[in-house]
Write a protein that binds this ligand. Sequence first.
Ligand SMILES: Cc1ncc(COP(=O)(O)O)c(C=O)c1O
Length: 390
Amino acid sequence: MTLSDLRQLEADHLVGAYTRQPVEFVGGDGSWLRDGEGNAYLDFQTGLAVTALGHGHPAVVQAIREQAGVLIHVGNLFYTEPGLGLARRLNERSLGGKVHFANSGTEAVEAALKVARKARRGGTVISAHRGFHGRTYGALSATPQESKQAPFAPLVPGFVAVEPTAEAIIAAVDERTAAVLLEPVQGEGGVHVLSDDVLRTAREACDAHGAALIFDEVQCGMGRTGTLWAWERAGVVPDAMTLAKALGGGLPIGALVLGPRLADVLEAGDHGSTFAGGPVACATALAVLDHVDDPALLDNVARLGERLAGGLRELPGVVEVRGRGLMLAAELTSDHPEGAPALVRRALLEQRLVINATGPTTVRLLPPLTVSKAEVDEALGRLGTLFKWG
Ligand SMILES: Cc1ncc(COP(=O)(O)O)c(C=O)c1O
């Protein structure tokens, strides 16, 4: 089938909820994707922070194959080992409480909101401007973006958005607050790192008023910023964190990881999902964690992140580089003749480099955590050619 056949099928049969780039990928290996004509593309988008170990990682493929050959699904009314092993592993490596599985980031956030509201018997949820938490109603209500919320009003009541500053958070949290929900590094909003001070202040405000501090690590977790969890760097421990994206190595899985304070809030019948915690996704996530939770890999993320950030700062038209580890954004000068979406399209079609734009002047880079120094330099070389102007 040609690309134009695929586009026609899309126009005829798919809801137009996505803007797709004009490329069909048919294969992938490590940091590289391949189209039907055999062209190789350097993938610095990773399905938006999903394929953290690159494409076709042998451990991921093996885990899927092995578990699929044994048992694919029975549901949550019976025991299966992979989900219990994964829950234990996540708890031991993070908050020391309990896990509730989901199938996506937005579902993990929904579960977090339900836990926080149940624990407080109601209450408001405070989230931050520029934050993104998902598309289902609760998560969307915590995502204060007019363009995403307005068409779907009315939203869930009891959500308040504040600036992601210490002062605004202190002013907003009171005894009616159920939760403060923050991304330690705001991804979809353009890769803005919340300062240690903001995270610490949020922790103190929640403690002072009995509210839950929830960190959404759907994008910034799983080693992306150079530590297994982004909050480790600030040393601020949340009451709950949400995971998805990279956790499944490409398979859909989400997790709400709870600290001891909230671990037993949900009781039988409170919340559930047909597919969540299934053996194939969980066996695969265990394999992913085996590789990501490795000091050598995390060190690679920190080192190559600095190299990539340093290179981006040298590019013409770049006025700011934000982010941490391998979660980076290059901010273009406001009078840039093209803007980020056009650059991203040319990067794909002319440079065979897969990146994305989070706004009119913001280019985001999310390479695999397994990327090599040579591949970082290759990407910088391609970006250098692309960014030449004036
Ligand atoms: C921080 C954060 N939370 C939640 C979500 C929603 O995840 P999903 O698309 O898997 O529902 C995203 C997706 O980009 C995200 O970046």
